[in-house]
Ligand binder design. Sequence first.
Ligand code: PSV
Ligand code: MN
Ligand code: MN
Length: 386
Amino acid sequence: MTAPSAVKAALTSQSIETPSWAYGNSGTRFKVFAQEGVPRTPREKLDDAAQVHRYTGVAPTVALHIPWDRVDDYAALAGYAEDQGLRIGAINSNTFQDDDYRLGSVCHPDATVRRKALDHLLECVDIMDATGSRDLKLWFADGTNYPGQDDVRSRQDRLAEALDAVYARLGDDQRLLLEYKFFEPAFYSTDVPDWGTAYAHCLRLGPKAEVVVDTGHHAPGTNIEFIVAVLLREGKLGGFDFNSRFYADDDLMVGAADPFQLFRIMYEVVRGGGFTSDVAFMLDQCHNIEPKIQAIIRSVMNVQEATAKALLVDRDALGVAQAEGDVLGANAVLMDAFNTDVRPLLAEVREEQGLAPDPIAAFRASGWAERIRTERVGGQQAGWGA
Ligand code: PSV
Ligand code: MN
Ligand code: MN
């Protein structure tokens, strides 16, 4: 069993990145329920993210989404983030919202559209240079709706060509993180549908290309922790987009639908050494009906709780049971950790860092939500459902 002090040290070293788009109004394609006090500018999104970091102590970076977070001066935005005790995290590209992308972006049959998409991706690397971001996160909505609509294999060639150009543009300390999603918005074929396709491209590209596992992007019943274990073993797990799903890409609070799955994933991360390497723990969520800042704090806490339980697995006992073929004994070791109430431990960790033991209660008592409601009028749409 890992010593309690080591578990505590690991928990304080973890950082969880929050997405700028989760702070703004966003939601489903059916209706976005606008909330009062939401940020109107990227700076105001950072202000809210600073609150999440202030009460959790483990959310120091914020992912941007271009063009949702377009500004004239990205270095100045990074400076503003720093003033709030934050850093800019991954830069997320957007090649799915222009009319030009009806048939895809980097996989589009028309070279002019492909060039436009590639130029956007290269611009995102320029932004990374200005903000000091390490990661470029690529998700492509590319795919087809009907068999025969386009040549699936040629689309892979076009994708490879674009990825090659982006990869060549990366600086020494920058990474390209390729995200997969099995369907939607394309319904017949998706150009990066699964971890295997993403892995094949990343392997060909080289060491600066890694796969992102968005927990909402799998078919029901998929064993995500297995994918995590394999990618970590191959040194190709770049990070996570955490969220949770009941049906498809629901983008709900991570750990809300299936905390046991999150625990199993985090166990494989701990087991595979991902916890101490460069795996980025990012949230990718939208909060349509619930208060956003509190939902993000809750999500950060859910990741922490799953991590704490994963760290508490008695790996020696597990190893013995596994070696002896003790099926039920091994399962019991894992379940013991999962069934441990880690909330007191996390409260202790926070108090030792000078934080309030209950981040949500502390945030609610702070008056921030009331303040932004009166100060910010006319909050902007983050993008989804806008
Ligand atoms: C779309 O499915 C998506 O949720 C992807 O996961 C991206 O990471 C995110 O949107 C932002 O572009
Ligand atoms: Mn995602
Ligand atoms: Mn998604």
